[in-house]
Design a protein around this ligand. Structure first.
Ligand SMILES: Nc1ncnc2c1ncn2[C@@H]1O[C@H](COP(=O)(O)OP(=O)(O)OP(=O)(O)O)[C@@H](O)[C@H]1O
Ligand SMILES: [Mg+2]
Length: 260
């Protein structure tokens, strides 16, 4: 974290179809970025699996803060502080700081509540914290929610994760289309083909080119990921020579997110 940054840090958003490996990839991004700096990890999925992958237990989320705000009587209102400053302070209190990275968790609404307020707070948090962190990694929920609500309007690098299925790659195409339509500006958009082989790469290469997304690389099916997830071990602790870890390092070097 740095107090004196000229503008703001780099925002990397990880999107894609459900179950393609967004959380695995986000976790490894955080791991490598934390070797050069202290990145901010944001779990922007109400189903919340990034904290466990990072080995962190979360007690309070943006969802909990929303409940507080939605029930004003529950907040000990400090009249001397403007509302936006109070919100700022409250969001700051949700951050979990470790020596390697910080974490902010979106969480969910209690009951059938709407996500507008949660998404507004999330957008505000991304704006605010990107000024304090050199890099922000956002593990998005599956689907187009954050794109269509423009929660991710200031993304620098959009990473779309796909598995080697036509549905996964088509979803990547829809994400690209929607981003173009909503004029979400990003400097780079990359596709990562996860749980895939070189044959899968050869099969999907042209299709990915057609969509207009650069293929950053292939991450193989990794038995260690499976074994860690089976017992709920934090994926951030995967062995350094694990195939997925090695592949993500190479991909991040190609994307110039870390030095080669
Ligand atoms: N490279 C890999 N090798 C082996 N298993 C993997 C790999 N990547 C992901 N998986 C497995 O695939 C499943 C989905 O991964 P993950 O939770 O990261 O996907 P996701 O896109 O974040 O899912 P969701 O849409 O539910 O958030 C998990 O069981 C994970 O262990
Ligand atoms: Mg996930």
């Amino acid at each position: 974290m740095s107090d004196v940054m000229p503008d703001r840090g780099k925002i990397i958003a990880v999107t894609g179809k459900g179950g393609t490996g967004k959380t695995v990839i986000s976790t490894l991004f955080v791991r490598f970025l934390s070797e050069v700096d202290v990145p901010l990890a944001i779990d922007a999925d109400p189903a919340s699996s990034l904290p466990a992958a990072l080995g962190i237990e979360v007690k309070r989320t943006i969802g909990d803060l929303r409940e507080e705000i939605a029930r004003p009587s529950a907040i000990p209102f400090d009249e001397s502080m403007p509302t936006d400053m109070m919100l700022e302070k409250k969001i700051g209190e949700l951050l979990i700081n470790t020596p390697d990275f910080s974490l902010l968790t979106m969480g969910r609404s209690e009951g059938p509540g709407c996500y507008c307020l949660i998404n507004d707070i999330l957008r505000h948090a991304i704006d605010r914290f990107s000024k304090r962190f050199e890099t922000v990694v956002i593990d998005c929920e599956a689907g187009l929610e954050h794109l269509s609500r423009r929660t991710m309007r200031d993304v620098d690098t959009l990473v779309v994760v796909s598995d080697p299925t036509m549905r996964g790659v088509k979803t990547a195409g829809v994400i690209k289309e929607i981003s173009d339509q909503l004029e979400i500006s990003f400097d780079q958009i990359y596709l990562i083909l996860n749980k895939a082989t070189d044959e899968d790469r050869a099969f999907f290469e042209d299709k990915i080119k057609e969509i207009g997304i650069e293929l950053a690389g292939v991450v193989p099916q990794d038995e260690n990921v499976k074994a860690f997830d089976r017992v709920g071990k934090p994926l951030i602790d995967l062995p350094a020579d694990s195939p997925a870890v090695l592949a993500v390092r190479e991909i991040m070097e190609k994307m110039k997110l870390i030095g080669g």
